[in-house]
Design a protein around this ligand. Structure first.
Ligand SMILES: [Zn+2]
Ligand SMILES: [Zn+2]
Length: 139
């Protein structure tokens, strides 16, 4: 059987992988869209950052300084975790921090044409065997 590989650690996973579609626009107007797969270990590390970022709407998720367009990058994410509802997120970065962290969103990723992002179906839930139960995005 062909196991899917995690985009971050590159390991084939026994568990179902989460899929995340990212999209952002550089202040130059350059639009980027990527698709990544996460196993539970790498995904939970990422999503703990996302959960933290929901609180402050206008602060960089990394340095927590105020970040506003055009000196900020708004990273939109569509998160599909097996057995959970689709989650739509926005991560704000000041430009300086984003330059340092861009690889988080592009590592092992498949680059997409912008129009391919969003509007995908949610993977079929499988609550009986849910390695993502610890994630805490949804009860
Ligand atoms: Zn991994
Ligand atoms: Zn910052």
């Amino acid at each position: 059987m062909n196991r899917q590989k995690c985009s971050v650690c590159g390991e084939p996973s026994r568990a179902k992988l989460a899929t995340v579609y990212w999209r952002w626009t550089w202040p130059s107007g350059d639009q980027r869209a990527y698709k990544q797969k996460y196993d539970p270990t790498c995904g939970i590390a990422l999503f703990s950052r996302i959960t933290k970022s929901q609180a402050g709407a206008e602060e960089c998720v990394m340095c927590e300084e105020s970040a506003k367009w055009p000196n900020a990058i708004y990273v939109h994410g569509w998160v599909y975790v097996p057995g959970h509802d689709q989650e739509e997120i926005e991560l704000i970065h000041c430009e300086e921090c984003f330059l340092k962290t861009e690889a988080v969103y592009t590592q092992g990723a498949e680059r997409l044409a912008d129009r391919e992002v969003g509007g995908r179906g949610t993977p079929a839930p499988n609550p009986a065997d849910d390695p993502w139960a610890a994630i805490g995005l949804h009860p």
